[in-house]
Write a protein that binds this ligand. Sequence first.
Ligand code: SAH
Length: 518
Amino acid sequence: MEQNAQAYLVGAGPGDPGLMTVRALELVQRADVLVYDRLVSPDVVAQAPATCELVYVGKSPDRHTLAQHEINALLVEKAAPGRTLVRLKGGDPFVFGRGGEEAEELRSHGIPFAVVPGVTSCIAAPAYAGIPVTHRGMASSFTVITGHEDPSKLASSVDWEQVAHLRGTLVFLMGMKNLPVIAESLMAYGMPGETPAAVVERGTWPAQRVAVGCLDTIAADAAERGLANPAVIVVGQVAALHDELAWFDPRPLAGKTVGITRARHQASELRTELEALGAAVAEFPVSRLAPPTDPAPLAAAAASRETYDFAVFTSANGVKTFFRACEAACPAPADAAPSASSAAAVLAGAAVIAVGPATAKALATRGVRSAITPDSFCAEGVADLLSGRLGPSERVLLVRAEDARTVVADAVRAAGAELVDVPAYRTVLREDGKDDLLAALRAGSLDALTFASSSAARNTVALLDGDASLLAGVSLFSIGPLTTATMEGLGLAVRAEAGSSTVGGLVGAVLGSLGEPS
Ligand code: SAH
């Protein structure tokens, strides 16, 4: 069967990408189509090849969710001989994952499939909280139960009386909404209120949080801490072992949700750094890149073979668009090294200045490693750096955003140098994230929102139809003085500003304000 499988029902593990099986990783890395759920870590999805078709079928608040029969139909539609279809599910595909139904559907259509079991959250989340589900002398069995059903309903498919009399550990999945009534029902059927109980939220993720108490108090404890799904509920003596065996350190931003307003292609570094600190990250890409209104200066600079004494890049976006334009004007051979690209040739004789480390990095990955950066990572810093070095008849290439301020251009002109001014791109408002942003703000689910540029702040407020008061309950963070000034001008209260105008600085500001000492 496995030899000619077209579809794979694969468990991605509970969250920590290290808990994916070797087999699962192999399959994701060669998937042609990847159909995945909400509980699958973005780091796991990122393993798919660039050519892989990604289909997200998970639930998200306020968005149409594919019904199970639609997912089944999708799998049948996407499966084809010679193609690897990977259906990736959180935990194990056959533990409350509806994997069995998908397998039935594939079988009924004669589509050969294989199953790759995964590390299931019902064991792994307790384990990461220092809770063994069985323990000598304490629990010689464990039972995994859906918490999705309201125990007070008459026609429950779970026999609550029987469950309350089981002697081993009880693990409830999907139970946070019903936690109070689950606890009450167990006590009503005779389970002592002092039975140890725990809730493990986002087990194995950097944002893992744990509440431990007893059956009597656990619902209140969890509510007070705001614990919600995905979480497992553990009831039984073993829950008390957490105090002794906890080993997985909670991170300082665990339990915090931080929004990112950067354009999607620029968000990943910020996302990774925040997640490493335990934050849950929500992306609201309020901007996207667009070609400059007048494309002529960029095209001319890209095609020209003239040389410059200085070349100034004021953003990583500028680097990207300039190199792309040069490539379009004069393609390098496919096997050429980055340092032999046509853009690198244009820059060959010039002293290259990058506004900050991210811009310098964008240049370095394209073969230009000699860029220098100013002391302060902003236009004023670049102007200072230039004015100390620039001679009257020298030529300066300035690659910038169309709506950039004129600080650098003014400095070049003031020195009597020749300016080749290239507006290389515009950032324009991206409207498709509006509903997500509004929903998150209305639900109060964001603790923080980060702004890495003035345009991100302007576009965010534009998306909210100018109503900055919607952001009143959220801590707002700015990457630097200019963005802060723009935000304040828009009526936004800045909670903290980055110490240095870099992604690391921005993360540091969030951490300094919202982080809990561990
Ligand atoms: N197939 C999955 C379970 C899917 S049902 C598995 O084997 O783990 C979804 C429920 O799983 C969630 O409501 C939550 O109860 C639980 N869950 C999944 N991932 C979790 C995690 N990282 N931490 C805690 N609970 C998790």
